[in-house]
Structure formats: structure tokens, C-alpha cells
Write a protein that binds this ligand. Structure first.
Ligand code: MG
Length: 383
């Protein structure tokens, strides 16, 4: 099968996923049309010079101005702010938009890209957590694919290939590494430091997702993400702790067959699969040698020490805007924790409060943004 040479726009190209996506694009010789970043001027300038996109955008206006000066000797257009991201998302010379920005900021550009008819390689889980109804409805209406980049969802997506028509999996089983604090009690977790929380055993990731991994909020967000991506009710989605991060997730069919996707913990595999789907092409990721691993271990998650998973489950079961509020609260709480303003245990304590709020029904994207703001405000007022 030929590699489809899709023209790619990468939203969030200086983050961990963005950088690895560029490695994949380089290796597969995919045209990179557009790049965006928050404020990493030096890094995006280097990327722009290496990949010659038509356009780059910076969320931060001052950073955009600096970048514009620095790229004055090139033909690369420089855009600024959310308007810049939206313009890139809507370009008609793009085939697939990789959304790798961190947090809720990904929602509007993702919706804009879908409305423009572009397939989405989805690496920004907050988009689907907060705006699941709107995003999946828009994708269906426009006939665009939401191709998961998150390793667990890519695994489930891969396991579902070749299933009988009309048959969905009976259960989805998300694996979780357990993060740096696996095995610790609630009491032991009360005073862990930012440095300890940023020290993930298996995956090298950005700060936000690494903290989410330490609280296991990340797995809760992924449960919500899976609910939308695979149209599966949350009660049919299980979480199992798997320390080695080799089994990336599993599905169970009605006949009892369980199908898993395995591989080395390297995000370039799911990134590549989203960009080349349905083709499979060679990668330079090291081969998995099961005999060398010897054994793989699995444990039930500890909901007492890591309440965030259950909070996410409750939020998606309540439905409507609760996941958006919970997610906004989490983004705020993680920022405060990274700033040294609140303790590790405060994160789940604070975000739990959003589930007690009375929220209106979700009619439009403005409602999602408002619920996100309500969640953030709740945390600021109660920390
Ligand atoms: Mg993941």
C-alpha cells in the first residue's frame, strides 16, 4: 500500500507530541503546511527553517511579533493568537490537522478544522473531554475521521480494525502505567513534591500530562475520551494498571475474546498510524522483544489513593457540561500545583467540587467554554 502523502498542519508543534510528529513527518516525507506554538520562538523558528511550512502561528502575540522579525528573510507567513490557529485549521491546502496543543485551547481550532472537512489526528484529549458531543456530532456531519493519537486510544482503534460490520466491542480496557506513585497510599501521597510528580517511569511527556498521570486524572480523561471516540458507555470501559506500558489497551468481544495492541512505549507509533491510516509503514521504533521483558504485570487501580479516575467516571455519567467543568478545574489545579500553590492531594479534592455544581445543558461551544471557566473559577475560589 502506498503511503498517503497527506498534507499536515501541526497545532502545538513545540510540545512533546508535536516534536515527535515532525520526526515522523520528516521520515515519511509528509508535507508540513503549518505549525503553531504557544510562545517557544526559538524552537518554532528552527522547525520552520527545517520544514518550510507556508504558515506558522503563535498563540502569544509578542512571541508572534518576534518570530515575524526572525523569519523576515523567508516566505513563511506568521500569524498570531487564536485567530491565527483558526485560520490554519481552516486552510484548504491541508488534509489532516494534528491537534497536539495542551488543554482546552484545542477545542475551537479542532471544531474549525472539522467544519473545513479536515481529518483530525487527535492528540489533545481535553478537546474531546470538554466538547465530546459537539466534536463527535460535527465529525459525523462533515464525514471527517477522528484518528486517535493517544497511545491507549490508538491501541483500541487498532484492535477494532477488521471487526465484523455493525459489531462493536463489548468492553474497552484501558491500560494505565500507574504513574510515579503506584502503590502509595492516600496518606503517603499527601505531601509529594512537584519534582517527584514530574518523574514519570515510562513516558517522557509535557508537564501537564505528566501531573495528570501522577494523579491518574489522565486515565480518567482518557476514559471520557474513549467514551466519545468509540461511542461506548462509560460503564463498559475498564481501567487496568499495567506497569510496563507494553500492552497499550485491549478490547473484549461478546464471545470472550480479548484483543490487545502491544508495542514499545514510543508515541511515534500511534502518531504515525494516525497520519498514514489505513496504511502501515515501517518505523524506526525499536522492536518489542517479549522474551526480554519476561513478564508483564497487571493490577486493579486504587481508587482510594487516586480518586481522579472515579471523578471522571462520575462526570461523564452525569453528562452534559460536567466533564468540561471538571477538566477546566483540573487545568487550573495542575497549574497551581506546578506553581507550588497547592498540594498534590488538593488537586483531586478541589476538582471534585465541580461535580456538586448545577450546570445548564450544553447547547453550543460557548456553553463548553463557560463551563470550563466555571471549573477554573471554582478551583481559584476554594484553594
Ligand atoms: Mg495516553
Amino acid at each position: 500500500m502506498d503511503i498517503p502523502r497527506r498534507r499536515v498542519a501541526i497545532l502545538g508543534s513545540t510540545g512533546s507530541i508535536g516534536v515527535q510528529a515532525l520526526q515522523v513527518a520528516k521520515r515519511l516525507d509528509l508535507p508540513v503546511v503549518a505549525l503553531t506554538a504557544n510562545r517557544q520562538v526559538e524552537q518554532i523558528e528552527a522547525q520552520a527553517r527545517a520544514f518550510s511550512p507556508k504558515v506558522v502561528a503563535m498563540m502569544d502575540p509578542a512571541a508572534a511579533a518576534t518570530l515575524k522579525t526572525r523569519l523576515a528573510d523567508t516566505d513563511i507567513q506568521v500569524l498570531s493568537g487564536m485567530d491565527g490557529l483558526l485560520e490554519i485549521a481552516r486552510r484548504d491546502d491541508v488534509d489532516i490537522v494534528l491537534t497536539a496543543v495542551v488543554g482546552m485551547v484545542g477545542l475551537l481550532p479542532t471544531l474549525a478544522a472539522i467544519e473545513a472537512g479536515h481529518d483530525i489526528a487527535l492528540a489533545n484529549k481535553e478537546t474531546l473531554v470538554a466538547g465530546g458531543t459537539l466534536v463527535t456530532e460535527a465529525a459525523k456531519r462533515k464525514g471527517v475521521k477522528l484518528l486517535p493519537v493517544d497511545s491507549e486510544h490508538s491501541a483500541i482503534f487498532q484492535c477494532l480494525q477488521g471487526r465484523p460490520p455493525e459489531q462493536t466491542a463489548e468492553r474497552l480496557i484501558l491500560t494505565a502505567s500507574g504513574g510515579p506513585f503506584f502503590g502509595r497510599t492516600k496518606e503517603e501521597l499527601a505531601q509529594v513534591t512537584v519534582k517527584q510528580a514530574l518523574n514519570h517511569p515510562n513516558w517522557k511527556m509535557g508537564a501537564k500530562i505528566t501531573i495528570d498521570s501522577a494523579t491518574m486524572m489522565n486515565k480518567g480523561l482518557e476514559l471520557i475520551e474513549a467514551r466519545w471516540l468509540f461511542d461506548t458507555p462509560p460503564e463498559n470501559i475498564d481501567i487496568v494498571v499495567h506497569r510496563e506500558s507494553i500492552v497499550h489497551s485491549l478490547i473484549k468481544y461478546v464471545d470472550g475474546s480479548v484483543i490487545a495492541q502491544l508495542g514499545m512505549p514510543d508515541m511515534r507509533i500511534p502518531i504515525q498510524y494516525a497520519l498514514t491510516y489505513p496504511a502501515r509503514v515501517t518505523s524506526d521504533v525499536p522492536t518489542l522483544d517479549l522474551a526480554q521483558w519476561g513478564k508483564l504485570t497487571f493490577f486493579a487501580p486504587d481508587d482510594e489513593a487516586f480518586p481522579a479516575m472515579q471523578l471522571c467516571r462520575t462526570a461523564i455519567q452525569k453528562g452534559g457540561l460536567y466533564p468540561a467543568a471538571l477538566n477546566g478545574a483540573n487545568e487550573q489545579a495542575v497549574a497551581l500545583f506546578l506553581d507550588g500553590k497547592i498540594s498534590f492531594a488538593d488537586i483531586s479534592r478541589l476538582i471534585a467540587g465541580t461535580l456538586t455544581l448545577t450546570l445548564p445543558a450544553c447547547q453550543a461551544v460557548e456553553d463548553v467554554l463557560a463551563a470550563d471557566a466555571v471549573g477554573r473559577q471554582w478551583v481559584k475560589e476554594h484553594c
